[in-house]
Design a protein around this ligand. Structure first.
Ligand code: DGL
Length: 359
């Protein structure tokens, strides 16, 4: 009975502090301090019935209810929440990325914050996680998490995903690994992970595999990130007030240059070509891309074929001759994130190519 009372006291003091926007002064056992930044998505979703695992409204449940829904969070960390947005992530904008990134950076600088969790819709979770991996100068664990089913559904995955995310954010051995994504018991690097299935709980995959697993609150690591991130980055969220507009055009049979020209007319500073195969470009499109390049628009070849390969420079297209960039192993949506950050620092295509090989 005492244990139950203690826990309910602890929980109520955490929730009270959470509403006050700070950690409670005295906290019995000195657990790590983790802040949960909520942005919306299915993890905050609600469906009409328990049978609705895929039909629901995203971005409904507020952060304090998400925390109250998993009382076991108090066993792994002292947790408090902030509601940054309440949106479905397909509607995320570059300004949302900047607002979220600046809040994470400010919290990471606070000595009383040990780790940060971001709850997020799964549709663009991979973009936000890569963006933060590029611009945050902290080695504290930052973990992005979502769910494929709303909390109202049978076998909802959000509770355990959130518990796992807080456990990773509270884990000392998660420090210095860059921005992480925990979904379905796996720990992925924000750089590599993508949503690869649209309605299964095992939806997130990394072409080079997860970094590790989180099981019953304990982390198990099997590899480390190979590319530059966070404390090793040359980008800085605190010096970013605008991201460069970058758009993506798909390659396919019978393709035309219309989309690429329209994006450039709309102000795109780079167009990501989501090419067939090894980032191939239709002969009907090449002249338009050469024309756009001559007008200062960067052309970045990615591939619609994702997972386990990379676009090789000067293989299917003479990139040196055309002054184009290859996205290496980054899929089109990841390439857009890197380009939108990189173009705030350089307009030089050789510098861009360096960045695509290093991040
Ligand atoms: N509207 C989608 C989003 O917010 C729901 C998908 C999800 O969060 O799982 O990303």
């Amino acid at each position: 009975m005492t244990r139950l009372l203690t826990r309910s006291f602890v929980l109520s003091s955490v929730l009270a502090a959470s509403l006050a926007g700070a950690f409670p002064a005295a906290y019995a056992d000195g657990k790590p301090h983790v802040v949960i930044l909520a942005t919306g998505g299915t993890i905050a979703g609600a469906g009409a019935s328990v049978a609705n695992s895929a039909t629901y409204q995203a971005a409904k449940v507020p952060v304090d209810k998400l925390i109250a829904g998993v009382p076991e969070l108090a066993n792994v960390a002292e947790v408090r929440g902030e509601q940054v947005f309440q949106i479905a992530s397909e509607s995320f904008t570059n300004d949302n990325l900047l607002t979220l990134g600046k809040r994470v950076a400010a919290l990471a600088r606070q000595p009383d914050v040990d780790g940060i969790v971001i709850t997020h819709g799964t549709d663009t979770l991979e973009e936000t996680a890569y963006f933060l991996n590029l611009v945050l100068k902290t080695d504290k664990p930052v973990v992005v998490v979502g769910s494929m089913r709303p909390g109202t559904a049978m076998s909802a995955d959000g509770m355990l995903n959130l518990y796992n995310a807080v456990a990773v954010a509270a884990a000392k051995d998660a420090a210095g690994k860059g921005v992480l994504v925990t979904m379905n018991d796996e720990i992925h690097t924000g750089r590599d992970v993508s949503k690869s299935v649209n309605i299964k709980t095992e939806a997130f995959k990394s072409p080079w595999g997860p970094l590790g697993m989180i099981v019953e609150g304990k982390t198990y690591w099997f590899r480390a990130p190979a590319k530059r991130h966070t404390t090793g980055t040359e980008f800085d969220i605190d010096k970013l007030d605008k991201l460069a507009p970058v758009d993506i055009a798909y390659g396919y049979g019978n393709a035309t240059p219309t989309a690429y020209r329209a994006f450039a007319e709309g102000g795109a500073r780079a167009v990501i070509h989501a090419g067939t195969g090894n980032g191939s470009v239709s002969s009907a499109v090449v002249p338009a891309l050469q024309e756009l390049r001559s007008k200062g628009v960067q052309i970045i070849r990615s591939s619609r074929v994702v997972g386990g390969g990379f676009v090789l420079r000067n293989a299917e297209q003479p990139d040196d001759k055309y002054d184009w960039v290859v996205a290496h192993d980054l899929n089109p949506q990841k390439a857009r994130i890197l380009a939108s950050v990189a173009l705030t620092k350089t307009q030089d295509s050789k510098e861009l190519q360096r960045m695509f090989m290093e991040y």
